[in-house]
Design a protein around this ligand. Sequence first.
Ligand SMILES: Cc1cc2nc3c(=O)[nH]c(=O)nc-3n(C[C@H](O)[C@H](O)[C@H](O)COP(=O)(O)OP(=O)(O)OC[C@H]3O[C@@H](n4cnc5c(N)ncnc54)[C@H](O)[C@@H]3O)c2cc1C
Length: 358
Amino acid sequence: MAKKSTKWALKAPAHASVFNDTKVPVENVLGEIGKGHLIAFNILNIGRAKLAAAALGGCKQVTTLSIEYANTRQQFNLPIAKFGAIRYKLAEQAIKKKLLSEGVEHSKALLQAAEEYAVECAILKVVGSETLDYVVDEGVQIYGGYGFSADYPMDRAYRDSRINRIFEGTNEINRLLAVDMILKRAMKGKLDLMTPAMEVQKELMGIPDFGDVDDTLFASEKRTLASMKKALLMVAGSAVQKLMMTLAKEQEILINIANMAAEIFVSESIMLRTEKLVAHKGEAQCTSQLDMMRVYLNDAADHLNLQGKEAINSFAEGDEQRMLLLGLKRFTKTPPYNTKEARRRVAKALIDANAYCF
Ligand SMILES: Cc1cc2nc3c(=O)[nH]c(=O)nc-3n(C[C@H](O)[C@H](O)[C@H](O)COP(=O)(O)OP(=O)(O)OC[C@H]3O[C@@H](n4cnc5c(N)ncnc54)[C@H](O)[C@@H]3O)c2cc1C
């Protein structure tokens, strides 16, 4: 059949300026004339928070599918849910999903103040999309060969999840944006980073405080969080001092800083949410949530150490480098914690419920 040629009434626009000087009825004007970009940028912020909420729904569904399958699939005369390697994955799916849900809870506030919470929106977008990718990837793994087959649900989930790291601003751009916004706010005097950064510098020179240790519930986690914040202030503050205006060109260091900020944001969110839950339901009803919080914080401190080390080794040398690395070790230290047993307890609760249940 001969190919029909199509005639177009209008040429396809070569660029967006096709909308220039377009008449808009007064009642249809959104916001102020000449300030449309503010609305466009805030829509991006809202979109990022919504993406995290959608990722959370995906995580719950994929975790439930993984648990059901692991309880059904028999290998070596056992359901694969009995194997430690699979329990680890199920527990991690739940732990990572939990941290995301704490962030999204916070995002209700983001929707009302998209501009004020633009940094949080960027972090939620990155954490949300990467959490869903982790959950789906392990979902494929739990399904084994069937995970690769289009006859089963994980194959579709795997592909669908992947776009989230690309649209609404790629995760690289969102990481860079988050740090850029924080530093701009500090430069404009909207956010005081200098005072706490100087205090951390002073503390670094001093002798560590080994005073009375509070061992009440959440006290240890609060100490860990306070130290993690010091690690970030130390690394970011030193990078700004050392590199000044050239820091903007050091994307690897900016991404290290963004990763540290994101770890702290989600660690604090998960801790505050668990604290609220315990106050509401009592400690005995929240054992899985406490396990998940402790596993997350334990691992977050290690991740912070790695990101901080990469950053410090990129910009510092000699005595300064040694002092910063020692400070980082001090600020990312956590009390020993048996994450294997904690993950097993979390996995058992999921397997017994045969669904995502927290
Ligand atoms: C299914 C789908 C739906 C979409 N829906 C929409 C939509 O509704 N509305 C809309 O506006 N857009 C939409 N997009 C477009 C989407 O937002 C873009 O694909 C995305 O922003 C990335 O832009 P790009 O594809 O040009 O990649 P590029 O900008 O070319 O990026 C390629 C890579 O380079 C990196 N990179 C680029 N610039 C920098 C930099 N300065 N520093 C460091 N790294 C950098 C990126 O992070 C990425 O890893 C959609 C895309 C897809 C695939």
